[in-house]
Design a protein around this ligand. Structure first.
Ligand code: GCB
Length: 601
């Protein structure tokens, strides 16, 4: 899937701004014909979650209606016209001028409607009904009402199976754009390294059944080259070799400018430009290799989360968070727990951050209620994520899920007594689901490793199907509370056990402690800045002694909003090394010193 762009052959306009809005708690909108136009009760900003924009609606996770009007920009008439929603959480149903365009389920991935022939020159009314509800058969799931083995130990309000606030609304831009009638519909760029040469392979898909040629040119770093091929059956494959290529890496995120043209009798019918980073990523034994060299990921789990906008796209926050991560000496992050905005990934390409790109499959459980639908949605989301993000050099790995509740209760009981792993500790439904998901990710993209992030330790049988083991661990926090050294002793034993069972690279995908800024204690105690600093630095040092631990992602870059629960004071998770307004806690300085070298320079 290509992001819309304006160039000599295409145009794009952003419909974001102030839209008309109406909450629909009684679910009367459909019956009263709001899809053809409604009397607004509020004005709302798009993009942004609705929850924090009004005085009384924070916890409202139901139906709401958005409406905007627009005229077609000058010169667009007669072209193919599409509307793209970059993300609407959770379920969107869309109408244009009273006509239903369709719907999309899943809050973090884009969807497009072809509105050619339906859009008028002036006075178009675009209406979106957003359904934010939580349900067991949604991804991520909710409303589990504390079912054992499927939810957090205490039910939070709103009732999610995951630990962040279920913000909803139109949270990323809405774009309208043109495509030529004979259009490049998709590009897949794969890079290889051959000695000192970089090999750039471009696969093009196009919508046209006429004789066309595809041409690519690649420019940058003193290189300029290209090639041309005939389009056959709506596809073409082109290869450009770059002698003495500058490779993409966190130290030097070199990008080349790729320009792709579709040509009819020598004249340009469509064109598209894309930055390309030449790099390879692979797993060999228990090492992760970037450009053939072992690499270690230093960084964070994060959230798209900020006051007032909720999960809404906030470009300045993207800049700020990269500045903070860079200041810390980080080179990587995970898009916990859903694919982040495309703008976030564009920046990762440019700034040289390695990204583990994660689907919205957080907090899955494997009881029957809705299992089939959840499985289908998980697969849909893997497809949509890979389709959207496959051309980013920064994306080095796909994460198919975070913290599913996979182990049987019996297996957990034996494990947490003395790390005994019983036969077949995972629920068979979970094993089947994850095998299918990992296979799908590899089929769609054989060039990137696949990971699963789990808290089940050695009980996670699905580690069998992935290339990299992702482990979330809070020994010394949720267990061995107050006893960091005891917790780390267990962790040391556990990762050796996991590594024996699954001799693959392992990433500490989450570790951290809730920390109230300004709360100090000597000796360190839980919730103090000193406790967090000691916990993180000791776990980082443990990771450094294990060659197979190829990543350390602290949980979390910043404090973030959650539902209300006894373990979430004031409705926040305080595991950030920065506060929600991006101020450092003591741990930020200590970890920085470790990651950047002892003097912190
Ligand atoms: C986890 C989850 C993450 C939570 C974190 C915590 O393992 O993956 O979403 O926020 O624990 O702080 O409990």
């Amino acid at each position: 899937m290509l992001y819309p762009q304006s160039n000599a052959c295409r145009q794009m306009a952003d419909l974001s701004g102030f839209w008309e809005f109406r909450f629909d708690p009684d679910e009367v909108g459909a019956g009263q014909g709001w899809s053809a136009g409604f009397d607004p009760a509020e004005i709302i900003a798009v993009p942004a979650s609705w929850n924090d924009q009004f005085a009384d609606w924070r916890d409202y996770i139901g139906l709401a209606w958005y409406q905007t009007t627009f005229d077609l920009p000058w010169g667009w008439r007669g072209q193919k016209i599409l509307v793209r929603f970059n993300a609407v959480s959770y379920l969107a149903e869309v109408w244009l001028n009273g006509e239903r365009l369709g719907e999309h389920e899943g809050g973090h991935l884009p969807f497009v409607f072809d509105v050619t022939g339906r859009v008028k020159d002036a006075g178009n009314v675009l209406i979106v009904r957003v359904d934010g509800k939580l349900a067991p058969d949604r991804v991520p799931p909710g409303e589990l009402k504390g079912r054992p083995g499927a939810a957090f130990p205490t039910v939070s309000y709103p009732d999610t199976t995951y630990d962040f606030f279920p913000f909803c609304g139109i949270e990323r831009p809405v774009l309208i754009y043109t495509e030529p009638q004979a259009a490049i519909t998709d590009l897949t760029v794969v890079t290889e390294i051959d000695g000192a040469d970089g090999v750039v392979r471009v696969r093009l898909a196009c919508a046209a059944d006429e004789p066309l040629a595809a041409r690519v040119t690649l420019d940058g770093h003193g290189f300029s080259g290209g090639t041309e091929e005939a389009v056959e059956g709506g596809a073409a494959a082109l290869t450009v070799t770059v002698p003495d290529a500058l490779l993409w890496s966190p130290d030097a995120p070199s990008l080349y400018d790729l320009r792709v043209e579709l040509r009819r009798d020598g004249a340009v019918a469509d064109c598209y430009t894309l930055p390309v980073g030449i790099r390879t990523i692979a797993v060999e034994g228990d090492r992760l290799l970037l450009n053939g060299e072992p690499v270690k990921l230093l960084g964070f789990g994060r959230h798209e989360d900020f006051p007032v906008v909720g999960k809404g796209l906030l470009p300045a926050l993207i800049v700020k968070d990269y500045a903070l991560m860079h200041w810390m000496g980080a080179n990587s992050f995970r898009t916990s727990h859903y694919p982040y905005s495309e703008q976030m990934l564009d920046m990762a390409d440019r700034l040289g951050f390695m990204v583990i790109d994660e689907t919205p499959a957080v907090g899955l459980f494997f009881f029957e209620d809705g299992l089939e639908k959840r499985d289908r949605l998980c697969q849909q989301m893997i497809r949509e994520m890979i389709d959207r993000d496959k051309n980013h050099p920064s994306v080095i790995m796909w994460s198919i899920a975070n913290e599913p509740h996979t182990a049987s209760l019996e297996a957990r009981e034996a494990y947490y007594r003395d790390f005994t792993v019983i036969d077949h500790p995972s629920r068979p439904e979970a094993v089947a689901s994850f095998k299918a998901m990992a296979d799908l990710a590899r089929d769609l993209d054989p060039t990137r490793p696949v990971t699963l992030i789990s808290h089940e330790g050695a009980l996670e049988e699905s580690f069998e199907f992935v290339d990299v083991v992702g482990l979330n661990r809070y020994f010394g926090w949720y267990t061995q509370s107050g006893q960091i050294d005891l917790g780390l002793g267990y962790l040391d034993r556990e990762i050796e056990l996991i590594h024996t069972l699954y001799p693959k690279p392992l990433i500490f995908a989450e570790f951290g402690t809730d920390t109230i800024p300004g709360h100090h204690a000597q000796p360190p105690e839980m919730f103090s800045e000193e406790y967090q600093a000691e916990f993180l630095t000791k776990q980082i040092k443990l990771a450094d002694t294990k060659p197979f631990v190829v990543g350390q992602h602290i949980w979390n870059l910043c404090d973030f909003k959650t539902g209300q629960a006894v373990h979430r004071m004031g409705g926040y998770n305080y595991k950030g090394v920065f506060t929600r307004d991006r101020r450092p806690k003591l741990a930020a300085h200590r970890v920085r010193a470790l990651w950047r070298g002892e003097d912190g320079s």
